[in-house]
Design a protein around this ligand. Structure first.
Ligand code: G1P
Length: 293
């Protein structure tokens, strides 16, 4: 029987240099889109996809993330006194269950592959998901939930979220060499991390959602440094392809690169225009700004 994906790894050790000075003392994963930090969207997406255990690979300066996913008794009692029960309920609902969250320090930032490897003991010998909070996805059904469905349909395998990107941007992504392709699912025959456009096997990029078999840990253990002199997850996956099937899923939804200023601003506008509590007033503001451009 197909093993359920119960655990998700959230690599949150990155420095966020593209958002300085905002990220000097605050983790980039705590930047809010409307009123929720990026990492909250990532955890909510995982919960929607049925994830039960949440493993954060953190680094120095990231303890606020731990506080964010903890109870705040002082705040809760003030909200209660003031009768703000809806806010209180929302806060409590956003917390993962007690005992379901683990934090591991990645002592040196050696790349995404190394960050994932750090979660090895907590994940153990079962399939797991990886979510990069920088990649925020606005969709009706959570992207990871779509990937779980694809995994069920295929009877297992490793699943990557995939999206076509402009050809000149291939050097920002892991790029898929496609095999069989039904326009939604695509067989992955090779993967290259951040190739120059002239060397890229396609313009189909890996977006920050992965469902992986635990064999990846054995490969990451001995993974040589790759692009940017870092231990790259993509390189380990590329080795793993020889023994384990991989599929890319062209998910339904809009992805925002919140590791980038423009992508982050775009996400704020798109989410605010989608939410019932902000759409109308904010829509008026956006229309009036646009009229003056
Ligand atoms: C990481 C991965 C890359 C992937 C990208 C998606 O790169 O290494 O393969 O395409 O996330 O956002 P990063 O953006 O951390 O440099």
């Amino acid at each position: 029987m197909l093993k359920k994906v119960r655990k998700a790894v959230f690599p949150v050790g990155g420095l966020g240099t593209r958002f300085l000075p905002a990220t000097k003392a605050m983790p980039k994963e705590m930047l809010p889109v409307v009123d929720r930090p990026l990492i909250q969207y990532a955890v909510d997406e995982a919960r929607e996809a049925g994830i039960e255990e949440f493993i954060f690979v953190t680094g120095r300066g990231k303890v606020i993330i731990e506080d964010h996913f903890d109870r705040s008794y002082e705040l809760e009692s003030v909200l209660q006194e003031r009768g703000k029960n809806d806010v209180l309920d929302a806060l409590q609902d956003s917390l993962p269950n007690t005992g379901s969250v683990a934090y591991i320090r990645q002592q040196e930032p050696q790349g995404l592959g190394h960050a994932v490897w750090c979660a090895k003991r907590y994940v153990g010998d079962e399939p797991f998901a990886v979510i990069l909070a920088d990649d925020l996805i606005l969709s009706d059904k959570a992207c990871l939930a779509q990937m779980m469905e694809t995994r069920d349909e295929l009877g297992g395998g490793n699943i990557l979220a995939a999206m076509e990107v402009p050809h000149e941007h291939t050097s920002r992504y892991g790029i898929i060499k496609p095999g069989f392709d039904d326009d939604k699912k695509v067989e992955v025959t090779h993967l290259v991390e951040k190739p120059n456009p002239s060397e890229a096997p396609s313009n189909l990029a890996v977006i920050g959602r992965y469902i992986l078999e635990p064999a990846v840990f054995g490969i990451l253990e001995n993974q040589a440094r790759g692009a940017g002199n870092e231990i790259q997850l993509t390189d380990a996956l590329s080795d793993m392809l020889k023994s384990s099937p991989f599929y890319g899923l062209r998910f339904e939804g809009t992805r925002f690169d919140c590791g980038d200023k423009i992508g982050f601003l775009h996400a704020n506008v798109a989410f605010a225009l989608k939410r019932d509590d902000t759409a109308r007033d904010f829509g008026d503001i956006i229309r009036s700004i646009a009229a003056d451009l």
